[in-house]
Design a protein. Sequence first.
Length: 59
Amino acid sequence: MLRSHKIALQPNNKQSTYFAKACGVARFAFNWGLAEWKRQYEAGEKLLKRLRRLSRSLA
């Protein structure tokens, strides 16, 4: 049996702005990482090398 809770947020203007910015940054970071991953894959880099390079780029 699965249970879930549905929570409705009612943020004020300042919180809404923060949430929108946070989502935008997360989307940008994901898309950047995906583009880097594809670029490195097409260049023929091996998996471990790609993982190390991406982790260094994010730090």
